[in-house]
Ligand binder design. Structure first.
Ligand code: UDP
Length: 141
């Protein structure tokens, strides 16, 4: 397995539930290290840009509205096979289908308020990390 970085976002619903620490604890127990982090209130333009790939999807406006409904916690996670490891911790997009013990099974209420975002591949991760963090703000752990 390769040492990788992935972009993780704790979405407004999970920030509001005050479970940032619980979620960070799962990352650390799985061997993922926080290499950069910040809390941020996204602007509409930032959220639209981040989810540009979904622009034509019917849920796009609702997704953007949700992502700007409160601050998010954004982090870069680093570790062996970080992209897949993080996706496994997150669980399926729809929390009703998420495996027991995953973040979405435990903290998400619905497919549109589903607690976390995680990059889906190493290539996307590089783009998403650069979207939020200058390279000087990402630390080698
Ligand atoms: N989403 C939604 N309705 C859908 C599908 C997706 O609201 O029917 C939202 C949901 O918040 C999801 C995000 O759009 O996390 C991005 O969708 P994707 O398929 O990339 O899922 P993810 O990679 O987040 O599991």
């Amino acid at each position: 397995m390769a040492l990788e970085r992935t972009l993780s976002i704790i979405k407004p619903d999970a920030v509001a539930k005050n479970v940032i620490g619980e979620i960070y604890s799962r990352f650390e127990k799985a061997g993922l290290k926080v290499a950069a982090a910040k809390m941020k209130q996204l602007s509409r333009a930032e959220a639209e840009g981040f989810y540009a790939v979904h622009r034509e999807r019917p849920f796009f406006k609702a997704l953007v509205d949700f992502m700007i409904s409160g601050p998010v916690m954004i982090q870069v996670l680093e570790g062996e096979g970080a992209v897949l490891k993080h996706r496994d911790l997150m669980g399926a997009t729809n929390p009703k289908e998420a495996a027991a013990g995953t973040i979405r099974a435990d903290f998400a209420d619905s497919i549109d308020a589903n607690a976390v975002h995680g990059s889906d591949a190493a290539e996307t991760a590089a783009v998403e990390i650069a979207y939020f963090f200058p390279s000087t703000d990402v630390y080698v752990r």
